[in-house]
Design a protein around this ligand. Structure first.
Ligand code: DX5
Ligand code: ZN
Length: 219
């Protein structure tokens, strides 16, 4: 995947669940690079969102890249169905799966890009054995479950550590940062090494969403 410019992935968790189609079309029109799709099972995280049908119903509405973030236990059971529903990249949590290698293989075998997500209290170095097979490293800068939380201090050091491991073992992989990204901290997150910024409230809550996307990208 190209690292030429920073990508902005608005999270539809901050959209209107009764009108998700309009939100996906709107994000496409305002120049978002990806749509970040948060899937929660109420077990791995204390919140519930949606599953395959929402993704497959949204898929025909836009060509935009669907970046699916699975916050579900034992994701290996479901990853192929998420790919079939229209995901172009599926990320799952290190903390939620025993068979990390097998899950990565399943995602890649069906022609999809694969990301591995880690919670704020998981040591960054756990990703090392998997890096060569990953397309993306997802560094959580809040505990997953809800939009609109505060960026956790110390996440910048974790991003920098992920960047140094990435540069050494997987130069092709992107670093994505998710949680509490806003106008004030975006430049330092990019400076620490992020290639993709997820932004829920910072985009959906902005009066001018197109301007918010550009600002976060550093334009
Ligand atoms: C949190 C989700 C995030 C969230 C980000 O569990 O994974 O993607 O929607 O929202 P903001 O940018 O508002 O923190
Ligand atoms: Zn997310």
């Amino acid at each position: 995947m190209s690292k030429s410019k920073v990508l902005i992935a608005p999270s539809i968790l901050s959209g209107n669940f009764a009108d998700m189609g309009s939100d996906v079309k709107n994000m496409t029109e305002i120049g978002a690079d990806w749509i970040h799709v948060d899937v929660m099972d109420g077990v791995f995280v204390p919140n519930l969102t949606f599953g395959f049908k929402m993704i497959s119903d949204l898929r025909p509405l836009s060509q935009i890249f669907f970046d699916v973030h699975l916050m579900i236990t034992q994701p290996i059971r479901y990853v192929e169905r998420f790919v079939k529903s229209g995901a172009q990249l599926v990320s799952f949590h290190y903390e939620a799966e025993q068979d990390i290698k097998g899950t990565i293989e399943k995602i890649k075998a069906v022609g999809c890009k694969c990301g591995l997500a880690i919670n704020p209290d998981t040591p960054v170095d756990v990703i090392t054995p998997y890096l060569a097979n990953l397309d993306l490293i997802l560094i959580m800068s809040v505990f997953p479950g809800f939009g609109g939380q505060k960026f956790i201090d110390g996440s910048l050091e974790r991003i920098a550590r992920a960047k140094s491991l990435r540069d050494k073992y997987a130069p092709h992989a992107l670093i994505e940062v998710d949680g509490g990204v806003n106008k004030e901290n975006a430049a330092s997150i990019i400076g620490a090494g992020a290639d993709v910024l997820v932004a829920g409230n910072a985009v959906f809550g902005a009066t001018d969403r197109a301007a918010a996307v550009k600002f976060l990208r550093g334009e």
